[in-house]
Every structure is written in structure tokens, then in C-alpha cells.
Write a new protein. Structure first.
Length: 428
């Protein structure tokens, strides 16, 4: 690997320098975006392997090209391990990312104009869950349910049932990108059954926590389809995974290939196989447990400091901070202020946000990446204090310089998986 780095530095120093810069950024700062994480070193090896060279259109045992002995073995491993981890009957590991993963499900079971009942984007839903700016939002009719702020941001199932009876969806979808609660999948299933709809859960954010057994599994409630990205809390490569009941497998597989995609990325599928093996180990359950502990500690410390959290707390790995209510600044300004002290977050809309998406009223925080570096509750308390101080005085240059130095000293104690430790920590 070092030889290849030297070759890249010689042949394309511009790209080599950008990669080196990103490595420094990841080492010296804390990643608090809930959708980001550090993958396993073994996954990085697979991603940079000769599997990148191989076309493998089709499925194991039924490919359109020869020379598939090893690709077939890898894909079968990934499928078998994913089924075991999620207690699913079938797995398709070929989706290139989260968006085509969800699109493949819609296109497998819906016709243009069919209705999907899904979570409103501003209340925590995802762009691929029918946002008007998405292609899927124009092909299908999405009816959007919200959360109940008066009840800790939980779902009002009486209202959801009323909506389902009114719009008669063909698919009931639950899933989120900025919702700090767990779902009552059994209640979603009951409502879907009442109106004769299929059930789909997009668990991309909490897939790793479900695999670890520390959050609810939609299959335990009888769901038809579960989708998840394979990075985020799963710590795998950047890809998508569709899990379903065996009876639905032919439609799903046809929808992925040849319906939506061509050749799969076999280097990524090898990374998925590795990540699924890791997710089945006891250490991964311990990791998932610590992710939740860290999130709850972070939330508690912020609340003590008077910070307003959407839903008032968290049941999972993420928090959404109302920065306008808490500090009088919008989410873009808050993101920039924290970037300046090497704490990476992302601006985020809040329920019924009056501000536009690029200047929303909140930021989103998450603990998977910091936990992957070995940070625990004491570090979460420090981070909460530093973030609150900086956001309360975003223009205080002296404060920012002091906090950045403290953040970098903290990060020097916790190496990034797959990267060498800080030179400072090695010297110490």
C-alpha cells in the first residue's frame, strides 16, 4: 500500500495531496455527522483490490461474462452474511448506493401514480422518500406524515391510520435521515395490513444498530422489505442493501438488475461481505451499545446547558439541535462555527422549518464515528461543552482558537481506524 501511495504521489501529486489533506482533516478533527463513519481497514483493502477490474453483470451462477468463480463466492458470502445478521430471508447486495436501492424497491412493486405513505422531509424523512425535487417524487404520489412535537416528536398513529384509510397507499414506508427516535414497526405493520399495503423500512441510519441487536428490527414486526446503506452505522463501504421476504426476492432482483443497474461493483460487495462478518461479532454489539450511550450522554449534557433538541432527546445515534432557538443563529452559521474548531456537523432542517434547506434552523449530530475511534461518555461531555461554548459566541476568535487546540489534542489520543496515529501521539 505504501508503494502505491508513493506511485500516486509521483504520477498525480495533485490528487495525492488532496487525499493526504483529507487524512489530516480526519485525524485532527471530530466527525459528528451521523451519516458518516470510519470503515474497517480490511474494507479499505477490498475497495482497492483487483475486484475493481471485474465485470459481473447478473447474479451468482447466472452471469453474462466468464471468469466469475471468485466473484460468485464473494457475492454469495455477502448475501448469506447479510441474511444472518438481519434475520432476513433474502438479500440483494448489488445496489450502488442508498438512492438506487430505494428506487429499485419502488420500481419493483409500484406503477407510476401509485401512492406511498412516507415521512415528511422536514420532520426527518429522506430525499428518496418522495421529496418533490426527486424523480421518484414526480413518478409516484407520496402522502407525507409528520411527527407530534407535543409528544416528544413521536408518530401519531391515530393520524397515520386516518391518512392511510384516506389515501389508500400501495406502500407504507417508514425511515428517516434526521429523526432521533426509534420506530414502532409493529404499529406501522398493523396499519399497512388494514389497508392492504406492503411495508418497507429504510433503516440506512440505524442499520448497524439493528445488526448489533440494540435497536428494533422491522422483520420482527413482519415487514416485507428493509433497505439500508452499508456505511453509516454499519461501518462498511458506501453501498446499498435490500432485504426482503423470500416471496418478494424475484421482483427485487429483477428490479435491481437488469431493471435499474448494470454491472455491480464487486470491490464494494467484497467490502459488504467483510462488514457483515464484523457485524456478527460480539465486539460489534459492544460498539452499538456504546454508540447509544454516547448519544444519550451528549444529549443530556447539551440539555443541561439549555440547548433545545428536536424531540427533546434521542433513542438512537443522532441528535437534531435547534440552533435558532438555542443560540439565535441558523444551521449554516452553526456548521461553519464548528468547522472552525474541527468539529464536523451538518446543517439540518427541523420540523416545519421556516428557513430554506441551505440556511435551515438546525444542525445534526451523531456519535458513530467518534465511537469508532474509541471515544466514550467523558469525551461526549467535553464535546458538548465545547460545542455549546462556540455556538454561544461564534465570532469569538480567541475562544475558537482555544477550542480547536483542545479538540486536536483530544483527537491525538484516538486514532482513526485505517490510518496511522497522530505523530504527536506516537511521540508521546
Amino acid at each position: 500500500m505504501d508503494d502505491f501511495r508513493a506511485l500516486l504521489a509521483e504520477t498525480d501529486p495533485d490528487v495525492a495531496q488532496a487525499i493526504a489533506g483529507e487524512e489530516r482533516r480526519q485525524r485532527r478533527g471530530v466527525e459528528m455527522i451521523p451519516s458518516e463513519n470510519y470503515t474497517w481497514p480490511e474494507v479499505l483493502v477490498a475497495l482497492g483490490s483487483v475486484l475493481t477490474n471485474k465485470y459481473a453483470e447478473g447474479y451468482p451462477g447466472s452471469r453474462y461474462y466468464g471468469g466469475q468463480e471468485f466473484t460468485d463466492a464473494i457475492e454469495r458470502l455477502a448475501r448469506e452474511r447479510a441474511c444472518a445478521v438481519f434475520r432476513a430471508e433474502h438479500a440483494n447486495v448489488q445496489p450502488l448506493s442508498g438512492s438506487p436501492m430505494n428506487q429499485a424497491v419502488y420500481l419493483a412493486f409500484l406503477s407510476p401514480g401509485d401512492t406511498v405513505l412516507a415521512m415528511d422531509l422536514s420532520h426527518g424523512g429522506h430525499l428518496t422518500h418522495g421529496a418533490p425535487v426527486s424523480h421518484m417524487g414526480r413518478i409516484f404520489r407520496f402522502a407525507r406524515y409528520g411527527t407530534d412535537p407535543a409528544n416528544g416528536g413521536r408518530i401519531d398513529f391515530d393520524e397515520l391510520r386516518r391518512m392511510a384509510r384516506d389515501v389508500k397507499p400501495k406502500l407504507v414506508l417508514c425511515g428517516y435521515t434526521s429523526y432521533p427516535r426509534d420506530y414502532d414497526y409493529a404499529e406501522f405493520k398493523r396499519i399497512a395490513d388494514e389497508v392492504g399495503a406492503l411495508t418497507m423500512a429504510d433503516v440506512s441510519h440505524v442499520g448497524g444498530l439493528i445488526a448489533a441487536g440494540v435497536m428494533r428490527n422491522p422483520f420482527d414486526a413482519g415487514f416485507d422489505v428493509v433497505t439500508t446503506t452499508t456505511h453509516k452505522s454499519l461501518r462498511g463501504p458506501r453501498g446499498g442493501l435490500i432485504l426482503c421476504r423470500k416471496a418478494l426476492a424475484p421482483a427485487i432482483d429483477r428490479s435491481v438488475f437488469p431493471g435499474l443497474q448494470g454491472g455491480p461493483h464487486m470491490n464494494v460487495i467484497a467490502g459488504v461481505a467483510i462488514a457483515m462478518k464484523k457485524a456478527a461479532e460480539p465486539a460489534f454489539r459492544a460498539y452499538g451499545t456504546q454508540v447509544l450511550r454516547n448519544a444519550r450522554t451528549l444529549a443530556a449534557e447539551l440539555l443541561v446547558r439549555g440547548v433545545t433538541l428536536v424531540t427533546g432527546g434521542t433513542d438512537n445515534h443522532m441528535l437534531v439541535v435547534d440552533t435558532v432557538a438555542s443560540f439565535g443563529i441558523d444551521g449554516r452559521r452553526a456548521e461553519q462555527a464548528l468547522d472552525a474548531v474541527a468539529i464536523t456537523t451538518n446543517k439540518q432542517i427541523i420540523p416545519d422549518d421556516p428557513n430554506p434547506p441551505l440556511r435551515p434552523s438546525g444542525i445534526r449530530l451523531g456519535t458513530p464515528a467518534a465511537t469508532a475511534r474509541g471515544m466514550m461518555q467523558p469525551e461526549m461531555r467535553l464535546l458538548a461543552g465545547w460545542m455549546a461554548d462556540v455556538l454561544a459566541a461564534p465570532a469569538d476568535d480567541a475562544l475558537r482558537a482555544d477550542v480547536r487546540e483542545r479538540v486536536e489534542r483530544l483527537c491525538a489520543r484516538f486514532p482513526v481506524p485505517g490510518l496511522p496515529a497522530h505523530p504527536e501521539s506516537q511521540a508521546a
